[in-house]
Design a protein around this ligand. Sequence first.
Ligand code: MSP
Length: 524
Amino acid sequence: MTASAAPTYYLTTPIYYVNDAPHVGHAYTTLACDVLARFKRLDGYDVKFLTGTDEHGQKVEKSAQAAGVHPQEFTDRVSQNFRDLADHMTFSHDDFIRTTEDRHKQACSEIWQRLFDNGEIYLGSYAGWYAVRDEAFYTEAELTEDPNGAKTAPSGAEVEWVEEPSYFFKLSAWQDRLLAYYEANPDFILPKTRRNEVISFVKGGLQDLSVSRTTFNWGVPVPDDDDHIMYVWLDALTNYITAVGFPETETSEYAQYWPADLHMVGKDILRFHAVYWPAFLMGAGLKPPKRVFAHGWWTNEGQKISKSLGNVIDPFDLVERYGLDQVRYFLLREVPFGNDGDFSHRAMVQRMNGELANDYGNLAQRVLSMIAKNCDSRIPEPGELTGNDTALFDQAVALLGKQRELMDIQSFHEALETIWAMIRAANVYVDAQAPWKLRKEDPVRMATVLYVLAECIHHLAILTQPFMPKASSKLLDQLGIAEDRRVFDAISGEDSMLVPGTELPKPQGVFPRFAEEQDAGAGA
Ligand code: MSP
């Protein structure tokens, strides 16, 4: 195997708990990674995109018990639902890891052993609060009492008092080194507001962390002490290095891909990724990841999404109802990435009809139909360019650079906004140039205007591929762009422009409108 010269980009989703069916929150995290993975591949990177399922711990064990099956049988079943979701959403991950796999158990034992050998782990006993739902330990000060007197974690999860022998990780000793890492790597935690929260949490002082449990069995045994199983978060976080071949670090993918470029997570699990994980890694003599991005949470029509409220949004239903590209677009366009957002049917339909069908769809449809009708279904030969023509061209050519900048900071909504500014400019240009009027009076000018527009759509369709793979590929088919000319290089080089005379297939709409009668009948 020869080493590839392309720069690498390794990105990961959290691994999902298999206690429940996948919902829109899970689809959202993976979607963001999928868009980024596709973007980087089109930009010439050697990408590794990892997702998977988190299958150990008390929460999963309890869910299996409730279902009356062995945890392994239970996790086999539920893990499959997450694979099905990934297929359904056409996620382009390169690996799907399950923490019950042997490769992962080996990696867990090894990281434990390294931490132990480095004096980072000691045996003690834990007495304190634990929330099974979060699989997290809490201090008394973090808890609140609900009206019935029950104590709850900041997440709203119920807590229980736990007293048992436990191994501890010396997290308290990592405060200064963590702060130094954040300082030296200002973009390690994004968005900035989240970074500030983490920094003040760490500045507030860290306590040693309980990293083993003895009161249940479903997990990876602690090396040389079978009475203990590893704390599920130490087990789960390790998946990110298992998947690149750890403990083998020289001859495996680890050498190529680690440290990871990006761990994408929800805001609720930032602390595990930005505090515990880098400390575990550094404690084991390994490098911490380059970035952790914490996105926000979705509500449904203004309400918190919860099983008990019965308002869980099923991503399978969503796609069935609105279409895959439409859902992919909406989720990343509606909310500034990093903020919380609200899902509503009305907003979904507005964007689908207004931005996809009207703005983008109509632009393409109008231009391609005029070319079919008036230019013998061939890319027209442009004449001399005016200032308006070159201004639009320049905007199209500048788009790729802007996309790179925005995608590098995971600003998906701004990336889409920038693309839409181009779409709107192209629509203004069509109206102003009115090529339909030029057919008789100035056919050369008509050909020029249609060429300029086709070239803009060419850029747009290449750049919308990561967000809307299917529709973009249909547009590229209609522009006669060969499969191997769809990478970003193909719109930045010398011979990047459309070739006049290229024969085009019959134009077809790619963004259907959501019909009003469907709209009227729609529930929340
Ligand atoms: N198993 C852990 C992660 C371990 S990673 C080493 C876990 N799993 S989870 O299934 O509960 O959550 C996975 C992701 O889904 C998290 O990033 C979480 O933020 C995200 N979401 C769950 N509900 C969500 C919304 N309502 N909205 C957006 N994302 C949400 O945590």
